[in-house]
Design a protein around this ligand. Structure first.
Ligand code: ZN
Length: 161
């Protein structure tokens, strides 16, 4: 699958819930996982591959893959932490973003099974970043205008190379 890059409009659009989890959904999730791994990413959301659907794939620090369909955050820790984020739709740029250290998420997997997960550390970070994609939010939106401008200039420069 082709990964759509910033500033494509689709990255700013809101997704719709997956109405039925079937074979097609499972194939889409599998293709997204392959694309994520090939792109050396640890998360990939529907809009990034041209699908305005509420789903994303991710892997934890051990490389274990996860599929989150119609995900929802049901709890966040008060404690926040800074971590340097990047994005497959904004290749080549990285910046620290502060987010809750831990989150509770609920979703369905590609087999249609409902699950809840307590996430902390890297997977908590990935889950929050990917959930943002489903709402049209990108990690650069959390930066100060000055930092964002500087980073986007660097991105444009790298994109031209
Ligand atoms: Zn991203």
């Amino acid at each position: 699958m082709e990964i759509i890059r910033y500033p494509a409009d689709i990255l700013r659009q809101k997704t719709e819930a997956v109405s039925q989890i079937d074979q097609e959904t499972a194939e889409l999730a599998a293709a997204m996982l392959t694309t994520m791994v090939e792109g050396h990413g640890i998360g990939l959301a529907g809009p990034q591959v041209g699908q305005l659907l509420s789903l994303f794939v991710a892997q934890d620090e051990n490389g274990k893959p996860y599929v989150f369909i119609n995900p929802e955050i049901t709890g966040t820790s008060l404690e926040t932490v800074g971590y340097e984020e990047g994005c497959l739709s904004l290749p080549g740029i990285y910046e620290e973003v502060i987010r809750p250290e831990a989150v509770q998420i609920q979703a369905w997997n590609e087999k249609g099974r409902f699950f809840k997960m307590e996430c902390s550390g890297l997977i908590a970070r990935v889950v929050q970043h990917e959930l943002d994609h489903l709402k049209g939010t990108l990690f650069i939106d959390y930066l100060t205008p000055l930092k964002r401008d500087r980073l986007l200039k660097l991105y444009e420069k790298k994109s031209r190379q």
